[in-house]
Design a protein around this ligand. Structure first.
Ligand SMILES: C[S@@+](CC[C@H](N)C(=O)[O-])C[C@H]1O[C@@H](n2cnc3c(N)ncnc32)[C@H](O)[C@@H]1O
Length: 360
């Protein structure tokens, strides 16, 4: 009975978040059309039938999220985990930020970054206002708003999508089954504000968790959130995912969520190859990113609108990219892919070397 009540609470929470997200977007779009019409993006129409398919797909995601918590992959408490009070305090800041976003969009300013940023520290493709975000990824202000902005974008389903990496990760780590849990190292690449690490800590309470990102501001925010979670604080490292400061074969699992679509093709390949280098033979890489045209052609209008509304310079190329081919080219095998609402998840294994089986 209490299980049914918890499930009902979860469904109600998700429906509430979806309603809030949809209303927020509707109101901000209308306001923009009135207050900043020349910056308003021309979107393609999304027919009612497509909206109901999106709703079904989101419901499937939540059903799966519930099911995997019930199966014990992660604690059910994660399904309700969010800094509600903190977000309530930050929500007005999202509104106050809107005029700046509209101005930048209208003027097509996509490299409007804080004064004093040392451009030599970052790859050129990174120095942009992704999503038209104020300061790009390069300020505490941006880091403070990011989680809530993503939640609003995905109608409250961002964490359920991030949690889809947990099943394939745990599955892949089974090849190290005899190793004590505390000697398993898992790295979250492009960890941002650490939301994925927060989910991973729930599923892997004893593992050594690490997160890497280019943004020190986002890592500061991650540190604040993660310090509230019981267990060892994940190690957070600033660096470029194309050249990570870790030794060869030093981790058993890697996750990477919502990074690939923000990289040009060559960097995308570079990151996948770098993950291959870091993994111990038998280790597992789990990537999660936007759906693509090949797996979700029915949602092509949604992908097109995402590109039109947000500044996502590499997205058009990403949605046609052959990620499976890239993983194979890097040397991975046992590649599997699944789709959950707006997210495609790939898992891939670094082949175990014949002289050093993964289970020893
Ligand atoms: C869309 S956010 C995703 C963040 C996080 N994984 C999540 O689920 O919310 C993209 C992140 O990738 C980081 N990033 C982009 N390019 C990078 C690179 N070459 N190396 C490391 N981090 C990078 C950004 O700083 C940002 O935090």
């Amino acid at each position: 009975m209490s299980d049914q009540l918890t499930r009902l609470a979860y469904r109600t929470l998700q429906q509430g978040k979806a309603l809030f997200g949809i209303t927020h977007k509707e109101v901000t779009n209308r306001l923009m059309a009135v207050l900043a019409p020349d910056g308003s993006p021309r979107t393609v129409p999304v027919p009612a039938e497509l909206i109901s398919r999106l709703q079904e797909s989101m419901d499937d995601l939540h059903a799966r999220d519930w099911q995997e918590a019930e199966q014990g992959l992660y604690p059910a408490s994660l399904l309700f985990d969010a800094p509600w009070l903190d977000w309530a305090g930050r929500y007005p800041l999202i509104w106050l930020d809107l005029p700046q976003i509209w101005n930048r969009r209208r003027a097509r300013r996509v490299r409007d970054l804080p004064d004093g940023v040392d451009a030599s520290l970052y790859p050129d493709y990174y120095l942009q206002n992704f999503h038209h975000q104020t300061d790009g990824y390069l300020s505490d202000h941006s880091a403070a708003l990011y989680d809530l902005q993503v939640e609003l974008l995905f109608n409250g389903s961002a964490d359920p999508m991030r949690r889809r990496v947990i099943g394939p990760l745990l599955n892949g780590l089974r090849s190290f089954g005899e190793r004590p849990a505390g000697r398993i190292r898992v790295l979250d690449v492009a960890t941002g504000t650490g939301r994925t690490l927060r989910q991973l800590r729930g599923a892997l309470p004893e593992a050594q968790l690490m997160g890497l990102d280019l943004s020190t501001a986002y890592l500061r925010q991650a540190n604040r959130w993660l310090a509230q979670v019981p267990g060892e604080l994940p190690q957070l490292v600033q660096g470029n995912a194309e050249h990570m400061p870790f030794a060869d074969a030093s981790v058993q699992g890697i996750t990477c969520v919502f990074l690939l679509h923000e990289l040009p093709g060559a960097a995308r390949q570079g990151v996948i190859e770098e993950c291959f280098r870091l993994l111990e033979p038998g280790g597992v890489l789990v990537l999660a990113d936007s759906i693509q045209l090949a797996d979700s052609p029915q949602f092509s209008a949604v992908m097109e609108n995402f590109r039109r509304v947000f500044h996502e310079p590499y997205y058009r190329e990403y949605i046609s990219d052959d990620i499976l081919g890239r993983l194979q080219a890097a040397g991975f095998d046992a590649i599997e892919a699944t789709t959950h609402f707006m997210t495609r998840v790939w898992s891939a294994r670094k082949p175990a070397s014949p002289l050093q089986p993964a289970s020893t």
